[in-house]
Design a protein around this ligand. Structure first.
Ligand code: PMP
Length: 419
């Protein structure tokens, strides 16, 4: 069956044909590709067509598809069994490795996804502070837990309403929405609710509505407000952790959160999420503390073994190469766009993340995104797809470079772009 037939069949058995919405290519004029294999920087679809992959499973494949050492670790772990629901050494080794390398964390708990990590962080922040409200920023994504599926309301700063059916008004009331970059607004919200705010949640490098790089001053301002009002600062580093350097944005900026959430990047493609912080905070979690959290498959040996090898390969040299590879592919893309009717585009790059967007403004909040971006992206995406270059299939998603996008792949990309 070809991609189209497979998708039609999927629509019968699976809501919208997919198990996560962006995969459906909604709003694009082409059918989703059914991927049957990935190797290095390439994926192949069921029709045998190959693509240079810049989605990279939305981030975790820093070493490319089927990295041989990660694969070997997975196979070796499988040989001993793949889940015990009991203590085992793989998760201990991974916890020890991460805690020893990141300066501001003393303990870590593994879960299975970024959503789960954020869900736990919300409960932990509320448990530690005894407060109920959280601040979230317009344009930041923190997974699909109820209290994060909230958008700005039409009233005062901080007012909010649910952005998904199924989320109650009551849940929306406890999430206060602010604009990225607007420290005064956050101050006002704290002044209105000085003793009710448990935490500020932010992606320190917002990468789910384009790439909205924040200033050091803004992030430091949030740190200071949290300290002043006794709230927790939570950095959601599900994308930036271990990708923008080992310690993510927390280490890069030197601004340390009270709680940090990590996700997919740890597992190198295996399902992993994590919550980390100081012992004093983390020990609020069960079984020692009063904040309940659990997971049958949490810290499963296969994901933990993959994660350990994945992270050990992330040496300082690897980060230099990762960023260089990304810089080079972005330059190739920009050069092609400038000469082929996409002069309205800029390509924002930060570390191994990049974002092609149809304007030349500095982007720091979602209001800075251009009105025509979906139409422009549709065109770009389809041209790239036909050339054998697979971008993340949505105008708001960033692109991901990898260590597999090396000089050879760059040459091939140039060839594909210009033929
Ligand atoms: N937080 C951030 C910052 C994310 O980017 C994502 C997903 N990309 C999540 C949380 C949710 O992670 P998951 O899809 O693993 O549940």
């Amino acid at each position: 069956m070809n991609n189209k037939e497979l998708f039609e069949k999927s629509l019968k058995y699976v809501p919208g044909g997919v198990h996560s919405p962006v995969r459906s290519f909604k709003g694009l004029h082409t059918t989703p590709r059914f991927v049957n294999r990935g190797k290095g920087a390439f994926i192949w679809d069921e029709e045998g067509k190959d693509y240079i992959d810049f989605c990279m499973s939305f981030g975790p494949l820093i070493h490319g598809h089927q990295d041989p050492e990660i694969k070997e670790a997975i196979i070796k772990a499988l040989d001993n069994g793949w889940t015990f629901g009991a203590c085992e050494k793989y998760s201990l080794e991974l916890a020890e490795y991460i805690v020893n390398k990141i300066s501001f964390i003393e303990q870590i708990r593994f879960v299975n996804s970024g959503t789960e990590a954020v869900m736990t962080a919300i409960r932990l922040a509320r448990g530690v502070t005894g407060r109920s409200k959280i601040i979230k920023f317009n344009g930041c994504y923190h997974g699909h837990t109820d209290s994060m599926l909230i958008k700005a309301g039409s009233g005062l700063a901080g007012e909010a309403e649910a952005s998904s059916k199924g989320v109650t008004k009551h849940q929306a009331e406890d999430t206060l929405i602010c604009e990225l970059g607007d420290l005064n607004e956050v101050k006002e919200v704290f002044e209105r609710f000085p003793t009710n705010i448990a935490a500020i949640f932010i992606e320190p490098l917002p990468a789910n509505n384009g790439l909205l790089v924040q200033s050091q001053e803004f992030l430091q301002g949030l740190r200071d407000l949290c300290t002043k009002y006794g709230a927790m600062l939570v950095f959601d580093e599900v994308i930036s952790g271990f990708r923008i350097g080992f310690g993510g944005m927390s280490e890069k900026t030197g601004i340390h959160p009270d709680i940090v959430t990590y996700g997919k990047i740890i597992g190198g493609g295996m399902p992993v999420g994590a919550i980390a912080g100081k012992k004093q905070v983390m020990e609020f979690l069960a079984p020692i503390g009063p904040v309940y959290q659990a997971g049958t498959l949490s810290g499963n040996p296969v994901a933990m073994a993959a994660g350990l090898v994945n992270l050990k390969k992330l040496t300082p040299e690897a980060y230099v190469k990762l960023e260089n590879n990304t810089k080079n592919v972005v330059a190739l893309m920009k050069d092609w766009m400038d000469k082929n009717g996409f002069e309205d585009y800029q390509t924002i790059q930060y570390g191994s993340l990049f974002y092609p967007i149809s304007n030349h403004n500095k982007l720091t909040k979602i209001g800075d995104l251009p009105a025509n971006m979906n139409e422009r992206f549709k065109k770009l995406f389809e041209i790239m797809l036909n050339k054998g270059i697979y971008l993340a299939p949505n105008a708001y998603e960033v692109g991901f470079g990898s260590l597999a996008h090396d000089e050879k792949v760059q040459e091939e990309m140039k060839r594909r772009l210009w033929t």
